[in-house]
Design a binder for this molecule. Structure first.
Ligand code: ATP
Ligand code: MG
Length: 394
């Protein structure tokens, strides 16, 4: 595969300098599954200082965890020193990492067997925990005892269920039972880390199964503002999420289904403000669309992208197919797409009247804008002036 070929140069350089080095993690898993691969991560026996010395183009992003980002032809690769993790405190990621020289030790600290497979640059595999077998069976199982692994880092429970969604795999029974047993430990996890996994979960192809699992294992009892929304989550699982494309839509749909307050959800999950703004906007359009067909004015106000997102949400809520084509056509046909397209400015309006400047000017603009967008007024200076006069607005 092309991406690995490029990255293989890094492995070769490390190896030529006497350090073992492998591709590891999600990219190896996805490659073996013949899925598109994401970021390529590399694990090596070289210490961070040695990696930095060998690759002048680097960014020391997480030296305390042994991670150096190596840049090659503009592509970033995370190169992490083989490590084990010691001193897990409060069921969170360890405060301390210990560098080791053995690949197996490094693979052992990884969450699931499918994520603990290493690959050399020639494509040969090192798989001490039988991750390939898990991939064949489409099973998510922890490396080692699930109970221990979830107590070390409770986020792994969330990750397990998000992989159910993104890979359409199943949890092996012991892993599932351990999630039910240790679900309360999720309260120790930083909400930002949970949000990353939950967002991926919502966008996965098997989101319905994952939502059901969240409720079955009662892990949802520890998700901010969804603690008491078991029934709503199950109802959400019954909807067709297949058309949902963006993070904003995914969050909007879950907020909608859970009958939760978007501002509260975004604040508690620490989602960025920009996301909250988009969610509010798309929910506003959805709310209107539930009662009426898409009007030209609503489409104009929302903009094409938001209207599209609301259309996909509407389809998910109603169980219909989204009609993107109609929206695209309607948007193209709008007489104007923004205030800038209007042939009249506030200055024009003031010059047509003896009245002093005031909020009435903005009202005039807004009234004419609405009329033009709805197709009842031609977007020409004289026509607009005439219409404003006729309405006694000047
Ligand atoms: P994706 O393709 O969605 O990015 P991924 O498996 O690459 O999935 P990452 O979060 O990018 O997930 O993590 C990279 C690798 O690091 C994982 O494959 C796994 O081996 C290891 N890992 C990540 N998070 C944990 C964790 N909480 N505990 C143990 N190992 C982890
Ligand atoms: Mg990854």
């Amino acid at each position: 595969m092309e991406q690995f070929k490029q990255a293989a140069r890094i492995l070769r350089t490390l190896r030529e300098n006497g350090f073992e080095a492998y591709f590891v993690g999600g990219s190896v898993r996805d490659y073996l599954l013949q899925r598109p691969i994401g970021d390529i991560d590399i694990a090596t026996a070289a210490l961070p200082e040695e990696v930095m010395r060998l690759f002048p183009k680097h960014v020391p992003v997480g030296l305390q965890h042994g991670t150096v980002v190596v840049l090659q032809e503009g592509i970033p690769y995370e190169v992490t020193t083989f490590r084990t993790e010691a001193g897990y405190e409060d069921f969170r990621r360890p405060s301390e990492v210990v560098f080791v020289r053995s690949l197996t030790e490094d693979l052992k600290r990884r969450d699931f067997t499918m994520n603990a497979i290493a690959m050399r640059e020639d494509g040969t595999i090192v798989d001490p925990f039988c991750g390939r077998q898990a991939l064949e069976r489409r099973l998510i199982e922890t490396v080692g005892q699930a109970d221990e692994r979830f107590q070390e880092d409770a986020l792994r429970m969330m990750r397990g269920i998000r992989f159910v969604s993104t890979l359409d795999f199943t949890l092996c029974p012991r892993t599932e039972t351990a999630i039910r047993t240790h679900r309360h430990l999720l309260q120790h996890i930083a909400v930002e880390r949970m949000a990353v996994e939950f967002t991926k979960l919502l966008l996965g192809p098997a989101v319905s199964q994952a939502l059901q699992l969240l409720v079955q294992t009662k892990l949802h009892e520890h998700l901010p503002l969804l603690e008491q929304k078991g029934e709503e989550l199950l109802e959400a699982a019954g909807h067709n999420w297949a058309g949902i494309q963006t993070e904003t839509e995914a969050w909007a749909l879950i907020i909608w289904m859970a009958k939760a307050d978007a501002e509260d959800v975004c604040r508690q999950w620490k989602l960025p403000n920009r996301r909250l703004k988009e969610i509010l906007e798309v929910l506003r359009v959805l709310q209107q669309r539930l009662n009426q067909p898409l009007s030209a004015y609503l489409l104009y106000q929302a903009g094409e992208e938001t209207a599209m997102m609301a259309e996909r949400l509407l389809a998910a809520v109603k169980g219909t197919a989204p009609d993107a084509e109609s929206i695209r056509r309607l948007y193209k046909q709008l007489p104007m797409h923004s205030r800038q397209d209007m042939q009249v400015t506030g200055r024009d309006i003031l010059s047509w009247s003896d009245k002093p400047a005031g909020p009435w000017v903005a009202d005039c603009l807004a009234a004419a804008e609405r009329e033009i967008v709805s197709g009842s007024l031609v977007n020409e200076k004289e026509r607009i002036k005439g219409w404003l006069k006729q309405c006694n607005l000047l």
